[in-house]
Design a binder for this molecule. Structure first.
Ligand code: SF4
Length: 242
């Protein structure tokens, strides 16, 4: 058994190391597949399904971030079926999540000519912005549940396990255990969750306050002086109701 695999992606022959995913093979061939939950430094989980591709001879579309490149397989990354699936996923996302801080997703919406108004029905609840520590804010109205933050908080990086999924259906969101304020959890404020969040749902407190027009002096006080035991779910500069 050779350790190389040859397959065809969008008519191009690609040779990759055995064990590589279709996403990696496509990237090696210069073919871009859109991703959202996928992040190079976290374990691929196939959650968002934006990276789906058509593989001839298989049933349904395959999430390319978790599907191994098989010898002799023929892959289509932009077929009509693939485009329709991506468009629908984007429409459902935009119908239920505030994507205003996600320029990459907004670009995809345009590229795939998504019409979120097609899903003007039941909606995800819009949770209040949580401002409970001096390091970062959590605005889960902008969360696409990509799971990256949970992964870096756990085995992919920090082994801290401060956050995880909670709730079901439209009520699903990232949360701490028993929704405790972050300083009462195992969080060590390493900031890795903020670094991997693709939508601005997690944002450094200073960046957030700066965007609100707060002066550097006040930002300094806000992020230095409010320590443990002085947290609230809604900071003094937030105008969105809890
Ligand atoms: S908070 Fe950000 S990183 Fe975490 S699941 Fe939501 S969008 Fe993903």
């Amino acid at each position: 058994m050779t350790d190389k695999v040859k397959l065809t992606i969008d008519g191009q022959t690609v040779e990759v190391e055995r064990g590589k995913t279709i996403l990696e093979a496509a990237s090696q061939a210069g073919i871009e597949i859109p991703v959202l939950c996928y992040f190079a430094h976290t374990t691929a989980n196939g959650l968002c399904r934006l990276c789906v591709v058509e593989v001839e001879g298989t049933r349904g579309l395959q999430a390319s971030c978790v599907t191994e490149a098989r010898p002799e397989s023929v892959v289509h990354t932009r077929s009509a079926q693939v485009e329709r699936a991506r468009r629908t996923i984007l429409e459902m996302l935009a119908a239920s999540v505030d994507l205003s801080d996600s320029p990459e997703v907004l670009n995809m919406l345009e590229e795939y000519q998504a019409r979120p108004e097609r899903f003007n029905g039941a909606r995800k609840r819009q949770p209040a912005l949580i401002d409970d520590n001096p390091a970062y804010i959590r605005d889960y109205a902008k969360c696409v549940l990509c799971w990256r933050c949970v992964q870096v908080c756990a085995e992919d990086a920090q082994y801290t396990y401060a956050i995880n999924f909670s709730g079901r259906g439209f009520g699903t969101q990232i949360s701490t255990f028993f929704e405790k304020p972050m300083p009462e959890t195992t969080c060590v404020f390493c900031g890795q969750c903020v670094g991997v969040c693709p939508t601005g749902a997690l944002k450094g407190k200073r960046e957030f306050l700066f965007e609100q027009g707060i002066s550097p002096d006040d930002i300094f006080k806000e992020t230095r002086l409010r320590g443990k035991g002085k947290q609230s779910r809604k900071g003094p500069h937030l105008d969105r109701g809890a």
